[in-house]
Design a protein. Structure first.
Lengths: 55, 460
C-alpha cells in the first residue's frame, strides 16, 4: 500500500545512507548530550552562589 | 456552470491528488488512493494545528466532485496565493527559512503520527508576509519501518544550494534554474570545497550521501527499523547545519545606495513626496510592482498605503537585506524577489508550462521604475522602444523616473565606455513611451535634473 504511493524516488542508496547517517548521529548526539549536561551542571552552580547576596 | 476544468500544469507528479482550475477558481482534488492518509491528517487534528500556527495554507472543503472523476475522494478550495514565486527568485535567507520550515513540518508531522513525504521549495510560498506550506497532500501516515522518504530530495533542493552559496560566498540562485529538481548530490559534492568535509553534518548529508548513493550496488533492501529517535536526529542534524549557513555580505554593488543617495539634497524626500501625492489620487491601485526596488525604500512607501507590492531587483544582496528587514518588521504587503529585468525568469519544466515565466505571472495595477531606465539603456544597451514594449505588458499605470545624461550617475556609467547613446534624451524617451502611454503628470525632482512621470496606457 505504502509503496504504491512512493511517487518520489527516494534515490538509490538513500535509505541505506540514512541508516548509516542515523547511526553516526546517534553517537554524536549521545556525546553532545553528555557534554551539554556537564556544561549545564557547571554553568548552573555559579548562579546558585549569586542567589545568596553577600551584603 | 460547465463541467470543464483544466489541470494545473505543474500538478501531475503526485498520484494523491491534483490542482485544477474551474471557472477561474483553483481547487485541489484528493484522490481515493490517498483517502486513508488525508482523512487521518484531518481527523488527527494535525491540519487544524498547522493552520492555527499559520504554517499551512487553509482550505474549505467542497462537497462536490467537480471533475466528475472516478478517483474522487474530496475537493478542497485553498486560500488564494497572490503571487507564485520560484526558488530562483528567492534570496539566500528566504531559501534558508523555507528549508527550516520544511524541517519543522517534518518534525511536527512525526510527533502527530505522520510523515512529510516530499521536500521541495515549490511546496512553499510567500503569503501575507510570511512563508507558508501549500501542499496539503504532503502528509502521509508515519511508517516506523521507513526512513525519511524525502531525505535526498531535501538535500538536493535545499541543503546543496545553501551550502554552495555559503562556501562560495556568492548568491547562486541561477543554479536552481539550471537544476529545478535539486542539485544532484554528485554535482554538489564536486562543487563544494574540500574543507566542507570537515564539517561533520555536511560530510554526512552531502559527501557520504553522494558516495553511498553513487555506488553501483547500492540497494535499498535494508530492513532495519528506523526509529522515531533516528528520524528526529536526522532532522536535528539538518537543522544544525542549515542554521549555521550565512550569505557572506561581500562587495555589494547597490546596498548602501540610499544612504548615499539621501545625502543628495533631500533628493529621496522630494521623490517620496511627489510619488505619495500621486498615489493618493489613485485609490484604485491595489497591487504594484517595484522594478529595480533596491532594498525596498519605495516598496515600503507603497506597502504603507496598503498596496500589495512585489519588490523586484537583480541584486540578490539587496533583496536578501529586504527579506531580513521584513522578517523583523513584520510588514505584510511586500514580497521581495530577485529578478533581472534584462533576463526575467523564463518558463521552464514540462512543455515549458510547469513553472511559468516572471512576466506571465506578473500583473500589477501599478509599476514603479525609479532610477532604472538608464541602467537598461546605457547599462544594457536596450533601446527605449524595446523597454516600453516590455513595460506595457506589465502594467497599465507606471511611475517612471528619467535620469538625464548630464546626471552624475549616468556620467559615471559612461566614464568607462564610448558614448554611443545619442538617442538618450528626454524627448526621445517621451516619444518612445508615447506609443503606449499618456503622460498624466510630470514633475522635476528639486535639487536634481531628474524627472518623474506618471503614465497611463492608452485604451486598447
Amino acid at each position: 500500500m505504502i509503496f504504491e504511493l512512493l511517487y518520489i524516488d527516494p534515490g538509490s542508496g538513500s535509505y541505506l545512507v540514512q541508516v548509516i547517517v542515523a547511526a553516526a548521529l546517534g553517537v554524536v548526539f549521545f556525546f553532545r548530550n553528555i557534554k551539554n549536561y556537564i556544561k549545564a551542571f557547571f554553568t548552573r552552580s555559579p548562579k546558585k552562589t549569586n542567589d545568596n547576596p553577600e551584603d | 456552470m460547465s463541467n470543464s476544468f483544466s489541470y494545473h500544469p505543474s500538478s501531475f507528479r503526485d498520484p494523491s491528488g491534483f490542482i485544477f482550475k474551474k471557472d477561474n477558481i483553483l481547487y485541489r482534488q484528493v484522490n481515493k488512493v490517498f483517502k486513508e492518509h488525508f482523512d487521518f491528517f484531518i481527523s488527527s487534528g494535525f491540519y487544524e494545528k498547522l493552520v492555527k500556527q499559520q504554517l499551512l495554507i487553509p482550505h474549505t472543503r467542497i462537497n462536490e466532485n467537480l471533475t466528475c472523476s472516478d478517483d474522487w475522494h474530496a475537493t478542497l478550495k485553498p486560500e488564494k496565493i497572490d503571487f507564485i514565486s520560484f526558488p530562483w527568485e528567492w534570496s539566500f535567507d528566504m531559501l534558508k527559512d523555507a528549508a527550516l520550515l520544511t524541517l519543522h513540518l517534518a518534525k511536527e508531522a512525526v510527533a502527530s503520527g505522520m510523515a512529510l513525504k516530499d521536500a521541495t521549495p515549490y511546496n512553499i510560498q510567500w503569503h501575507k508576509g510570511r512563508l507558508i506550506f501549500i501542499d496539503t497532500l504532503s502528509f502521509e501516515k508515519y511508517n516506523p519501518d521507513e526512513p525519511w522518504i524525502a531525505y535526498r530530495q531535501f538535500c538536493e533542493n535545499f541543503l546543496a544550494p545553501l551550502l554552495l552559496m555559503h562556501y562560495s560566498k556568492n548568491s547562486l540562485q541561477q543554479l536552481l534554474l539550471a537544476y529545478p529538481e535539486g542539485i544532484p548530490l554528485s554535482i554538489a559534492k564536486s562543487l563544494l570545497p574540500g574543507r566542507s568535509k570537515f564539517s561533520l553534518h555536511t560530510y554526512l548529508h552531502i559527501h557520504l550521501h553522494a558516495k553511498v548513493a553513487g555506488r553501483k550496488n547500492a540497494t535499498d533492501s535494508v530492513k532495519t527499523k528506523f526509529s522515531k529517535q533516528k528520524f528526529l536526529n536526522l532532522i536535528s542534524s539538518l537543522e544544525i547545519v542549515i542554521g549555521k549557513l550565512r550569505l557572506s555580505e561581500q562587495s555589494i554593488a547597490w546596498s548602501g545606495y540610499y544612504e548615499e543617495a539621501s545625502q543628495r539634497n533631500d533628493y529621496l524626500d522630494q521623490k517620496k513626496k511627489i510619488i505619495s501625492q500621486w498615489l493618493d489620487k489613485l485609490p484604485d491601485i491595489k497591487t504594484a510592482t517595484d522594478l529595480g526596488a533596491n532594498d525596498g525604500e519605495f516598496s515600503r512607501l507603497l506597502a504603507a498605503k496598503n498596496i500589495q507590492t512585489l519588490a523586484a531587483d537583480a541584486d540578490p544582496y539587496c533583496i536578501n537585506k529586504l527579506y531580513k528587514d521584513i522578517k523583523i518588521s513584520g510588514e505584510k504587503n511586500i514580497q521581495p524577489l530577485i529578478v533581472d529585468l534584462s533576463n526575467p525568469s523564463p518558463a521552464i519544466g514540462l512543455n515549458n508550462k510547469e513553472r511559468t515565466s516572471f512576466i506571465t505571472r506578473l500583473q500589477a495595477d501599478l509599476a514603479l521604475a525609479l532610477a532604472l531606465i538608464h541602467h537598461l539603456t546605457i547599462g544594457k544597451n536596450i533601446p527605449f522602444e524595446m523597454i516600453v514594449d516590455f513595460f506595457q505588458s506589465i502594467s497599465t499605470t507606471f511611475i517612471i523616473e528619467f535620469v538625464p545624461k548630464e546626471d552624475e550617475k549616468v556620467q559615471q556609467m559612461l566614464a568607462g565606455k564610448k558614448d554611443i547613446y545619442t538617442n538618450y534624451s528626454e524627448d526621445n524617451f517621451e516619444k518612445a513611451f508615447g506609443k503606449y502611454y499618456k503622460v498624466l503628470n510630470k514633475e522635476s525632482i528639486t535639487g536634481s535634473s531628474r524627472i518623474l512621470y506618471l503614465m497611463k496606457r492608452h485604451e486598447r
